[in-house]
Design a protein around this ligand. Structure first.
Ligand code: SF4
Ligand code: SF4
Length: 126
């Protein structure tokens, strides 16, 4: 994956090869402040969630985000790990139709994000 400067626009290239790697883990963005109210500290959140097989993947205190992940394969995966309904757009959830919309941590995803740089035509070359 190419890392571009923070505000540089990115565009998606490539295609889904149906590897199913994005379909085995459920990622949820929760409210960090709510979780801290319940558990008192991030360490306590991690401890409690670890007993429920939930990972704390990170936080963004500025946006009040708590990122959690659960190993929970989608019920629509077939025995080969491919989505059974991928070609049935009326059944495929919105998220799945559009994923990924931004760089994610899935190493072997068939999509990549590259800087969206439109070359400017130079008037001096006329
Ligand atoms: S519906 Fe299909 S694409 Fe969406 S998570 Fe399930 S297996 Fe993956
Ligand atoms: S990780 Fe990427 S290539 Fe694999 S199923 Fe998901 S979107 Fe498709």
């Amino acid at each position: 994956m190419i890392r571009a400067p923070a505000k540089m626009p990115m565009k998606r290239v490539g295609e889904c090869d149906l590897c199913g790697d994005c379909c085995r883990t459920l990622s949820i963005t929760a409210s960090l402040s709510n979780a801290l109210k319940q558990h008192r500290s991030l360490d306590e959140i991690k401890l409690y969630y670890s007993h429920r097989n939930i990972r704390v993947a990170g936080t963004n205190p500025e946006k009040d985000y708590l990122f959690i992940e659960i190993d929970l394969p989608c019920g629509q995966l077939d025995e080969k790990g491919h989505c059974k309904i991928h070609s049935e757009r009326d059944k495929l959830p919105f998220l799945c139709q559009n994923y990924p919309t931004a760089p994610d941590d899935i190493e072997n995803c068939g999509y990549q994000f590259i800087p969206d740089i439109i070359p400017k035509l130079s008037s001096s070359s006329q």
